[in-house]
Design a protein around this ligand. Structure first.
Ligand SMILES: Nc1ncnc2c1ncn2[C@@H]1O[C@H](COP(=O)(O)OP(=O)(O)O)[C@@H](O)[C@H]1O
Ligand SMILES: [Mg+2]
Length: 388
């Protein structure tokens, strides 16, 4: 079974360099490796000093690279869908459109097609390891939550399965004026729907897919890393590694850096506190840009010496439904979630967890639907919801 390791983090922190260093190390260690960039601002070509396009090219022995163009992917396979989606967005009054906004609007849906392409490559079973160099965090997160959001959406709105009609009823008081897609689009939608299901399964398969966060010891970036860690856990992806890049070497004797070193140490301490349970790798600030195989080799030799680097480094617990005396308990691991920024809603078929701008629908198993939420608490990085 092949492995997929996805690198994510804020723009400029060193995702591409870190991902590429892993790719080079894996290839040199004998793994047939593919590095894929889904960032529209591709720079694998720069770092490998070779022209890289929409189909894998060999950069060194055992190492292939690919820059995905999601628009190209979308047009190629699902041209009729985007049109259908646009037609489907109903004209709603303000109130109903608010409650439906997250369901209906998918900015950046093209990005999803990068993931589908990765799934297709994975299924071909050519590579031992696929390394994904992702777009900056915000986009990555929407990329990761899309499959779930979209398949939920499709289940509710498309008459693919009979249940869809039943589910539609509670919201049908809203005057839906849906223009249903034509047959060609419908087939594409169905195809996409099936793909999304298996894509989700793949990305959430903790034996296959690891997500690794790249950060630097700086206030804003540390904050964002914590947030994305929380969201990734909310969606049940397995984050099993943290990379702290651009650490000023201690042996630099220049008073200009004294204060900077102190500041970095404070953020290193903070990162250690909050990510303490996740394997962490430190990468120093080099005196030059990281370029070419030699530069990548340096990172690998200095910081990526862990012999288990490409394995699953840690597994976070899945959400669990558990029978208790008068009903059921649902537990979800959500680190650093802030109670004040938190909302819990029930829709009959799903419970909806809202944190900040993120929202996840967790389908409630049939047996639990006749119970309702009696309490919920957020404690020890865990959300417990009691159904009675
Ligand atoms: N530890 C480091 N030391 C020196 N330069 C670095 C280091 N990490 C990254 N860089 C340089 O910083 C720039 C941004 O890195 P990159 O890996 O492209 O970040 P991202 O993919 O997150 O945007 C590149 O020019 C890269 O060579
Ligand atoms: Mg990059």
């Amino acid at each position: 079974m092949g492995r997929i390791i996805i690198f994510t983090g804020k723009g400029g922190v060193g995702k591409t360099s870190t991902a590429a260093a892993h790719a080079v190390k894996a290839a040199k260690g004998g793994k047939k490796t593919l590095i894929v960039s889904t960032d529209m601002a591709h720079n694998l070509s720069d770092i490998f000093e070779k022209k890289i396009k929409e189909e894998p090219v060999e950069v060194i022995n055992n190492l292939y690279a690919l820059e995905i163009d999601p628009n190209h992917e979308m047009d190629k396979h699902y041209g009729s869908i985007s049109k259908a989606f646009k037609n489907m967005i109903p004209n709603l009054d303000e109130e109903s459109s608010e409650s439906l906004e997250d369901i209906v609007v998918f900015p950046g849906i093209e990005e999803l097609f990068s993931l589908i392409k990765i799934k297709e490559l994975y299924d071909k079973n050519i590579y031992d390891l696929i390394i994904v160099d992702c777009a900056p965090t915000g986009e990555t997160l929407s990329l990761l939550k899309f499959p779930e959001l979209l398949s939920w959406y499709m289940e509710k709105l498309f008459p693919i399965e009979k249940i869809a009609l039943k589910v539609l009823r509670p919201i049908s008081k809203i005057a839906f004026k849906l223009e249903m897609p034509d047959e060609i689009a419908m087939n594409d939608v169905e195809k996409l729907y099936v793909k999304l299901g298996s894509l989700q399964e793949l990305l959430k398969n903790k034996d296959v897919c690891s997500i690794r966060i790249v950060t630097i010891p700086e206030k804003m970036v540390v904050e964002e890393s914590k947030r994305s860690y929380m969201y990734l856990n909310l969606y049940n992806f397995n984050v099993d590694g943290l990379y702290i890049n651009r650490i000023i070497p201690q042996d630099i004797e220049n008073s200009f850096f004294d204060k900077w070193k102190q500041l970095q140490n404070d953020y290193l301490d903070e990162l250690n506190c909050v990510f303490g349970s996740i394997p962490t790798y430190k990468i120093k600030w080099y005196e030059v840009d990281i370029n070419g195989i030699e530069g990548l080799d340096r990172i690998a030799k200095d910081s990526l010496t862990d012999e288990h680097l490409f394995e699953v480094l840690k597994t976070t617990p899945n959400e669990t439904f558990e029978k208790i005396e008068n009903g059921y308990r649902l537990e979800i691991y959500i680190p650093f979630a802030d109670k004040t920024d938190f909302d819990l809603l029930e829709s009959g078929t799903d419970i909806i967890i809202k944190i900040g701008n993120f929202k996840r629908n967790i389908p409630i198993p049939n047996v639990i639907r006749k119970y309702s939420i009696s309490s919920a608490k957020l404690e020890d990085e865990k959300l417990s919801i009691i159904f009675e």
